[in-house]
Design a protein around this ligand. Structure first.
Ligand SMILES: Cc1ncc(COP(=O)(O)O)c(C=O)c1O
Length: 375
């Protein structure tokens, strides 16, 4: 049968979907490409999920994830009314787009139709803007992935009245952190809703949750995917001013978070010490791998996340070639083609054994390349 493109909105026909990191079939590959946690959920969490696999599966889960929202609120010392849980934080970022941004039209206020974010940052943001038919404003970070100082922001085209700002902090894909004082100044420059996307905050020495108390236009986004080892379950949440959170509740699907996900996330919050120890190990390993790669001549961006952005040594081949050679050697890392990051590899922190393998392979590849140049 010929495809019925005439049934699909022209706008949708031209959309480029988000490119997720590869989920390889080969279980022998060391998978360091999507910033998953090398440590699994705690035994207590696994037990809670297994115990919930019973006759309950025929019932709908809690529509607003209330028991989980109460636990998140207790963790962050706020009210459950300040919390919305999503099918991963990705869902909530999409809801924010729909709630706060007008689709682009020749009439109306352009800034009300604009989503603003720094580049490089999370590559989902432009996709969300495109899906919604919104305008997007990309503002480059500095060469070292810093937020330009307030005086420079205007020069770079930063819009004080964009309807929605996404700020990845710590930044992805660089891992660079921003101080709360710096983020506070940034929030003061904008009037639109500002989502501080803290997907990796638990690996950083500081987070910006306190800014939710200070501003009525600031939301913090968190996920159970990274520090809490639950990518598979798809649970994320926003903490923000009640009026903004209630607007998002109006848009979400009736049962947007699956029941086992709610149970897994709730059990996680009952077992935090176990996870804090894993986070400590990841941070320790991050610092160690960074040092080892630097000793080999890589340029490594100081990271406050569970990954490193590292540029291979000069004259050792381009990052794309390194990516392929790592893969042939059994390690999957991520390479992005954007101008600011194309010379780098993004390497998720794995177990100590996996990280050791990364530096061993890097040393071996480097030696082979140096040999190759001599002959
Ligand atoms: C910066 C950032 N934000 C949000 C997410 C989405 O996380 P999830 O949808 O798994 O909660 C990711 C995932 O990699 C991310 O890197």
């Amino acid at each position: 049968m010929p495809p019925r493109l005439d049934l699909i909105r022209p706008h949708v026909q031209t959309l480029e979907p988000y490119t997720p990191g590869e989920q390889p079939e080969d279980a022998n590959l060391i998978k360091l490409n999507t910033n998953e946690n090398p440590y699994g959920p705690s035994p207590q969490v696994l037990r809670a999920v297994k115990d919930a696999v019973d006759d309950r599966l025929r019932l709908y889960p809690h529509p607003t994830a209330e028991p989980l929202r109460k636990k998140i609120a207790a963790l962050h010392d706020c009210s459950p009314d300040n919390v919305i849980v999503g099918n991963g934080s990705d869902e909530l970022l999409a809801l924010a787009t729909r709630a706060f941004v007008e689709p682009a039209s020749p009439r109306g206020n352009r800034e009300r139709q604009t989503i603003q974010y720094f580049t490089p940052s999370y590559s989902l943001y432009p996709v969300l803007a495109a899906i919604h038919g919104a305008r997007n404003k990309e503002v480059p970070l500095t060469r070292s992935f810093g937020i330009p100082p307030a005086a420079r922001l205007a020069q770079r085209g930063w819009l004080p009245k964009a309807a929605l700002n996404f700020v990845t902090t710590p930044n992805a894909p660089s891992g660079r952190r921003y101080r709360t004082s710096e983020l506070r100044k940034l929030c003061q420059t904008v009037q639109g809703v500002t989502v501080l996307d803290e997907a990796y905050a638990e690996f950083a020495p500081e987070n910006a949750l306190s800014l939710v108390q200070e501003f009525d236009h600031v939301i913090v986004s968190r996920t159970f995917s990274k520090a809490w080892s639950l990518c598979f379950q798809r649970v994320g949440y926003f903490v923000g001013p009640e009026s903004l959170i209630q607007a998002l509740h109006r848009l979400r699907d009736s049962y947007n978070v699956n029941g086992l996900g709610q149970i897994a996330a709730g059990a996680t919050l009952d077992d935090l010490p176990w996870y804090r120890e894993n986070i400590r190990k990841v941070v320790e390993q991050r610092e160690r791998l960074a040092k080892e790669l630097e000793q080999l001549g890589f340029r490594v961006v100081p990271s406050a996340a569970n990954f490193l952005l590292a540029a291979p040594p000069a004259r050792s081949g381009d990052a794309q070639a390194w990516h392929e050679e790592f893969r042939r050697a059994g390690i999957l890392v991520r390479h992005f083609t954007g101008a600011a990051v194309k010379n780098y590899l993004r390497i998720t922190i794995g177990t100590p054994e996996q990280n050791l393998r990364v530096s061993e392979i890097a040393r071996r590849l480097l030696a082979a390349r140096t040999q190759g140049r001599k002959h």
